[in-house]
Design a protein around this ligand. Structure first.
Ligand SMILES: Nc1nc2c(ncn2[C@@H]2O[C@H](COP(=O)(O)OP(=O)(O)OP(=O)(O)O)[C@@H](O)[C@H]2O)c(=O)[nH]1
Ligand SMILES: [Mg+2]
Length: 307
């Protein structure tokens, strides 16, 4: 896919955020000078654009520090906002690296139903393959037969081995088999699909705890990554999901999917500010090569409407 087309789609994922922000900032600069009242309006505009109160306050303080009392054009204001958003996002833009020793690196992929876990696993596996890593998948979502089949279909399509068990089987035993097989075969990365039954927190917690226990017995470092997949179209709800999964599963990083739709991607800024968790990548479509690095400067510009 060409570089332009996925970036074009990315604009969609932040459209609701950036349109709102743009409209509000345009209204603000009618007043020209960057004084306290204008800064209040900028802060309000940022909050209303999904960036959250904490990031909004921080951006306001930075703008005040750098530009207070200056006459500022609309474009200058948007560029200044983009820079401050980028400042928040840069430290969390951290790709997943395969560094575990001994191998395999075990990556647990979690998230609510339909957030894009299984598709993201296939995309991640594809990226690892492109970097010449040996990859194996484990079908830890044994809740539905269709879930196992879906992962198996992807595995076949990208030609990676998969460890699977029966529907209703024990996810921890699949993971156990996965680590054994990956170790025997010298696999670099074992990516584990899980069921996202957030509606039943207790059960999810028990299941993940059991997976952890089994993994710990094989390798105390595992899982090396616990990647929470968030659906951009869920907007502010992403924050509640981070909160819950952090508590239940010890999230180590985030991937946001569906940033090609009409979404409220601005919540990523709120998440970065609030939790500081690495944002590993973003999903911009349903195809295998639609997982992209998280580019903080590009995303900041898209949000502020100056890309
Ligand atoms: N447009 C778009 N669609 C996506 C993206 N990522 C996933 N999807 C779609 O979202 C739907 C759900 O994706 P899955 O990967 O099955 O999600 P899941 O979290 O594994 O779902 P469950 O196994 O039911 O919990 C599928 O139709 C995917 O094709 C993305 O980045 N963009
Ligand atoms: Mg799935």
């Amino acid at each position: 896919m060409s570089e332009t087309s996925w970036k074009d789609r990315l604009f969609g994922g932040f459209r609701k955020t950036s349109e709102r922000l743009s409209t509000n900032l345009t209204e603000v600069v009618g007043t020209a000078k960057l004084d306290d009242s204008t800064l209040d309006d900028v802060e309000d505009a940022l909050i209303m654009s999904d960036l959250g109160p904490s990031a909004a306050a921080r951006i306001r303080a930075k703008l005040s520090e750098k530009k207070f009392g200056l006459n500022i054009t609309e474009t200058e204001l948007k560029e200044a906002v983009a820079e401050e958003i980028a400042e928040i996002l840069r430290p969390v833009a951290v790709p997943i690296e395969i560094t575990a020793f001994p191998r395999p690196q075990v990556l647990l992929v979690i998230g609510v139903n339909g957030s894009g876990k299984t598709t993201t696993i296939a995309k991640m596996a594809h990226l690892f393959q492109e970097d010449d890593y040996g990859v194996m998948l484990a079908a830890g979502d044994t809740f539905r037969a269709a879930a196992i089949g879906q992962l198996a279909t992807w595995a076949e399509r990208i030609d990676v081995p998969i460890i699977r068990g029966p529907e209703g089987g024990d996810p921890a035993s699949i993971v156990f088999d996965g680590v054994k097989a990956a170790t025997d075969q010298g696999i670099d990365a074992l990516v584990v699909d899980t069921a996202g039954r957030l509606q039943n927190k207790r059960e999810l917690m028990d299941e993940l705890a059991k997976i952890r226990k089994v993994l710990g017995r094989l390798n105390p470092e595992a899982p090396h990554d616990v990647v929470l997949v968030l659906d951009a179209t869920n907007g502010q709800n992403a924050l509640a999901q981070i909160e819950t999964f952090k508590e239940v599963a010890g999230v180590t990083g985030l991937i946001m999917t569906k940033l090609d739709g009409t979404a409220r991607g601005g919540v990523l800024v709120a998440a970065a500010e609030q939790y500081g968790l690495p944002i590993h990548a973003i999903g911009v479509g349903e195809k295998i090569d639609d997982l992209r690095p998280f580019d903080p400067d590009l995303v900041a510009k898209v949000i502020a409407g100056v890309a």
